[in-house]
Design a binder for this molecule. Structure first.
Ligand SMILES: [Zn+2]
Length: 180
């Protein structure tokens, strides 16, 4: 069986440290509209895919290690302590939530009163978010219902189709056809 022409062509390329799977990009000048095809190296890190690029990448990584680009220890992210205001909002929310739950379970209050308290709680939630705290109070503190909420990822049939972006030639570069 004869070897594939492409494989024969790849051999000297690899021997000379040239990428054997260059990617053709079409570069469009967005002011003039002129396009040109340029070949860029595939930048693969896999020897089996492209020996030249893999070797270049490996020596780059080695240089980076030698120059101390890598961290010597794992980064530790410590959140800042909460501010007075943040603490205040969360405490106030806890007080109102407890009061709301007490009134609701006693059954001695009107729906309007409960709705007003719920509105106050959601206002406080907004203040809490605005104060810069991450996440929500109920989730991090563990709400009464601990079961995970499961949502379907199926597309809703009652929703209209999402608008499609028209294809324009504004991009700086597009992936062209691979050789072979
Ligand atoms: Zn390559």
């Amino acid at each position: 069986m004869q070897p594939l022409a492409r494989e024969v062509a790849e051999l000297p390329a690899a021997d000379h440290g040239v990428c054997i799977r260059p990617v053709s990009l079409r570069r469009t000048d967005i002011t003039t509209g002129a396009t040109e095809i340029i070949d860029v190296p595939c930048e693969s890190t896999l020897e089996s895919r492209c020996p030249a690029c893999a070797q270049r990448k490996r020596s780059l990584r080695r240089t980076q290690c030698e120059e101390g680009w890598h961290l010597t220890s794992e980064p530790v992210v410590e959140p800042d302590p909460p501010s007075e205001a943040q603490r205040g909002w969360v405490e106030q929310r806890a007080v109102i939530t407890a009061e709301r739950d007490r009134l609701a379970s006693a059954g001695a209050t009107s729906a309007e009163d409960l709705a007003a308290l719920d509105a106050a709680i959601s206002d406080l939630d907004e203040e809490i978010s605005a104060s810069g705290l991450r996440g929500s109070v109920t989730r991090s503190a563990g709400s009464s219902s601990r079961s995970r909420r499961v949502r379907s990822t199926k597309r809703r049939q009652d929703a209209p189709d999402l608008p499609k972006r028209p294809i324009t030639r504004k991009t700086m570069a597009t992936r062209g056809t691979m050789p072979g």
